[in-house]
Write a protein that binds this ligand. Structure first.
Ligand code: ASP
Length: 349
C-alpha cells in the first residue's frame, strides 16, 4: 500500500510561506545564471607560459623578442576572450595552448624538439579543477595538437594517460587532426639536436648535462566566471631524449594539476626533477593543507624546494580568487597573464 504524503506543518503562516516560495523562485534563475558562468562581476584570470631556462637578452634580437612577446600575448588573449564571454576555464586553457602549439617558436606542437632518433615525440595534459578529471598523452608522433588528444582522453575515455601508438589510434578515432611527421620540423630544433649530438660525443658520460638549458614547453592556467580552475601543458620534451623518455608534463600532479580547492598549475623545467618533486601537486597541497597563499606556495616549491633539489624551471599558477603567480628559478621564463582587473603582463627575463 502506498503511503499518502501528509501536508507539512509549516511554522510560517500562509502569507509568509507564499513570500518565501516567491523569493526562492526569484533566486533560482540568479544562482543557475552564476553557475553557468555568466555573472559579469565574477573574477576571471589567465596565465600562459612558453618555457623557462637560460634566456639571454643577447640571444634574442629585438625582432625575436617582439615575436615571442606577441605570441604569448595572443595566447593569453585567446583564452581571456573565452573567459570574458562566460566560457569555461578548460576551453580557455585549451585555446591558449593551441596558439602556442601552432607557433614554431615554442617546444610544443610545431617547433617541438627532436629526440635522439631525429623524431618528434609529443606529450600533453589537461586538468579540470572542478571535477579533478584529467587527460594526458605521451609519445605522439602525428597528432598536430596534442592538447586536443589530452582533452579527448579526459572526456571521451575512461582513462587518464594514453601513450604512443594506442594514443594515436584513439586520437584518430576521435577525429583529431593528424599531420605528416615532417610538419613538426624546424631548422632551429634540428640544429639543437645536432649540437646536442656533438656535445655528447665530445664529453665524458658523467659530464653530459647541458649547462645552458632552455625548456620551452607551453602551458596555461585559468579561472572562469563559474569559479572553476583548469590547467593545460604541452611539450616536445627534451632534445636528444631516448628510450621513450617521458617528462613531467603528462604526469598529473608533476607538470600539470588543477583543483578548485587550491589552485591550477602548469610547469616547465627539467622534467625528471619535477616528477620526483611532484611540483604542481605540492604547490596545491601547501595551499590546501598548510593554508599557504598562492604566492607563498609557489615561492616555497620553486625557489626553495626545487632549488635545493637541483631542479631548474618554473610554474604559472592561479587560485580561486584569480591571484596569479609566475615563478621561476632560471634566468627567464616566457610568460603572459591577464589578471582579474584585465591588466596584461608579458615577460621574458
Ligand atoms: N618539462 C619538460 C620535460 O621535461 C621540458 C620543458 O619544460 O621544456 O619534458
Amino acid at each position: 500500500m502506498q503511503q499518502r504524503l501528509r501536508p507539512v506543518n509549516s511554522p510560517m503562516g500562509p502569507g509568509l510561506l507564499k513570500t518565501f516560495v516567491l523569493a526562492l523562485a526569484l533566486l533560482a534563475p540568479i544562482s543557475s545564471h552564476a553557475e553557468s558562468g555568466n555573472d559579469p562581476d565574477a573574477p576571471i584570470a589567465i596565465a600562459v607560459h612558453g618555457g623557462a631556462g637560460t634566456i639571454k637578452r643577447e640571444d634574442l634580437d629585438a625582432l625575436g623578442e617582439a615575436r615571442f612577446r606577441e605570441k604569448l600575448a595572443e595566447a593569453a588573449r585567446a583564452g581571456h576572450d573565452i573567459l570574458k564571454q562566460g566560457g569555461s576555464s578548460l576551453d580557455a586553457v585549451q585555446a591558449a595552448v593551441l596558439v602556442l602549439e601552432d607557433s614554431p617558436l615554442f617546444n610544443a606542437g610545431k617547433g617541438s624538439v627532436f629526440n635522439a632518433d631525429g623524431v618528434n615525440e609529443l606529450d600533453a595534459a589537461i586538468m579540470d579543477g572542478a571535477t579533478r578529471n584529467a587527460g594526458a598523452v605521451a609519445g605522439l608522433k602525428q597528432i598536430r595538437n596534442p592538447i586536443l588528444a589530452a582533452r579527448a582522453v579526459m572526456e571521451q575515455s575512461p582513462h587518464v594517460l594514453l601513450i604512443g601508438e594506442g594514443a594515436e589510434i584513439f586520437a584518430r578515432q576521435q577525429g583529431i587532426a593528424t599531420v605528416d611527421p615532417g610538419y613538426f620540423y624546424t631548422e632551429r630544433r634540428w640544429q639543437q639536436l645536432e649540437k646536442a649530438r656533438r656535445k655528447e660525443k665530445s664529453q665524458a658520460a658523467a659530464d653530459r648535462a647541458p649547462v645552458d638549458q632552455l625548456f620551452s614547453t607551453v602551458g596555461a592556467v585559468a579561472l572562469d566566471r563559474a569559479g572553476n580552475l583548469a590547467a593545460a601543458t604541452s611539450t616536445g620534451g627534451r632534445t636528444n631524449k631516448r628510450y621513450g623518455r617521458v617528462g613531467d608534463v603528462p604526469i598529473v600532479g608533476a607538470g600539470t594539476y588543477a583543483s578548485n580547492d587550491s589552485c591550477a598549475v602548469s610547469a616547465t623545467g627539467h622534467g625528471e626533477y619535477f616528477i620526483r618533486s611532484v611540483v604542481a601537486f605540492d604547490i596545491c597541497a601547501l595551499m590546501q593543507y598548510r593554508g599557504h597563499t598562492l604566492d607563498q606556495a609557489t615561492e616555497e616549491v620553486v625557489m626553495k624546494k626545487l632549488v635545493e633539489f637541483g631542479g631548474d624551471g618554473g610554474v604559472i599558477a592561479v587560485d580561486p580568487k584569480g591571484n596569479v603567480a609566475m615563478r621561476f628559478n632560471t634566468r627567464g621564463m616566457y610568460r603572459a597573464s591577464i589578471d582579474v582587473d584585465g591588466n596584461v603582463t608579458v615577460g621574458i627575463y
